[in-house]
Ligand binder design. Structure first.
Ligand code: PLP
Length: 351
């Protein structure tokens, strides 16, 4: 068949593939994973455990939901687990939006939200963040959208949204409010323990960042019992495999590692920020394990110059509101020193 893209579902025709750099052993400071490496408790579990590969996993990941329920003081039936928080976001749209429904998305924020809206047949209404990258609650409410999704800390800007704005949004927004807490381990408590207080709140979380388990693809979400029952009935059964579920349970039981990881980021982030400023970057306040920074030289030259020197960072420089900005992950002291050294070299070369 000589097919052009008109055979595709209308809402998917302008889709392009996601970020997928060709790797040649570079240091990855482009994905905001944990720079301390694989989660040690999960790695130990994988080394020492055997699975019955002929058996299906638990249909709804009961073991992991129990472990998370204990961690947060929540009823496991208010938690849903699956294949990354990306799957959780997809389930939210599948559960609550009809074809053609509007979703309000803050801008700039996580680029995949737009993909999930459209792949579920919806329309994204972009609502610009204020000049200091905070929520414009009035404009979000005025969209009258069916759903909104907000990452706090926000990606790529790095800042948390103000608690009072989030609570204001929760009380005035007519539809479902999703708070994406992918980076909340770095910033504080978040709202996950409080999901039972709200009739329209869903909180998503991931094992891909502070938990150092991105390869296993594990995410989860929590809400009040009624919403959770609805979402559980929509999620694909068995979507979290048995190996990943076991590794995630082991990781939940090692909170020391999470504390160590978070402490390192909190110590190193201001140092990296100061180093970047010294090199002429404008930096933006971060509550996460990455920093948005406006480059003193052309962003593409900087990112490709660093790649040639064996370091990947993420480029946001071609996008509105983050013009000429890049987003490095906060590394270990050694990695940050290397990043600053190589960045200085590239800047020198560009001048
Ligand atoms: C804000 C935000 N939400 C969700 C995700 C996806 O996480 P997961 O690996 O759990 O699908 C990311 C990944 O970068 C993210 O930055």
């Amino acid at each position: 068949m000589d097919a052009d893209r008109s055979i595709m579902r209308e809402t998917a025709r302008d889709f392009v593939k996601y970020y997928n750099p060709k790797l040649h052993g570079e240091v990855r400071l482009d994905t905001n994973t944990n720079v301390l490496g694989s989660n040690p408790a999960a790695a130990e579990y994988l080394r020492t455990h055997e699975w019955d590969l002929n058996a299906y996993p638990d249909t709804y990941s009961g073991g992991l939901r129990e472990a998370l329920g204990e961690l947060y003081g929540l009823d496991p039936d208010t938690i849903i687990a699956g294949n990354g928080s990306d799957e959780m976001i997809d389930v939210i749209f599948k559960t609550f939006t009809n074809w053609g429904d509007d979703t309000a998305l803050p801008y700039p924020s996580y680029s995949l939200y737009d993909y999930f809206v459209k792949s579920n047949g919806g329309k994204a209404i972009m609502v610009d963040l204020t000049d200091d990258f905070q929520l414009d609650v009035d404009s979000m409410v005025r969209t009258g959208a069916k759903l909104t999704i907000i990452p706090s800390p926000n990606n790529p800007t790095g800042n948390c949204f103000r608690d009072r704005d989030i609570e204001d949004l929760l009380s005035r927004f007519e539809g479902i409010v999703v708070i994406d807490e992918a980076y909340t381990e770095y910033s504080g408590e978040g709202l996950i323990r409080r999901v039972g207080e709200f009739d329209n709140l869903v909180v998503t979380r991931t094992f891909s960042k502070a938990y150092a388990l991105a390869a296993m693809r594990v995410g989860y979400m929590a809400s009040n019992r009624k919403l959770a029952d609805m979402m559980a009935s929509v999620k694909i059964p068995y979507s979290l495999n048995a190996v990943s579920e076991g590794a995630a349970i082991a990781a939940v039981h090692d909170q020391d590692f999470i504390r160590r990881s978070v402490d390192m980021v909190r110590q190193e982030r201001p140092k990296l920020e100061a180093g970047l400023r010294k090199l002429g970057f404008e930096t933006f306040h971060s509550d996460a394990n990455f920093i948005l920074a406006r480059s003193p030289v052309d962003h593409t030259a900087l990112v490709s110059g660093l790649k040639e020197r064996g370091i990947l960072i993420r480029d946001f420089g071609a996008k509105r509101r983050t013009e000429n900005c890049v987003r490095p992950t906060v590394g270990t002291p050694e990695l940050n020193a290397l990043l600053l050294e190589k960045t200085a070299e590239v800047i020198e070369e560009c001048r």
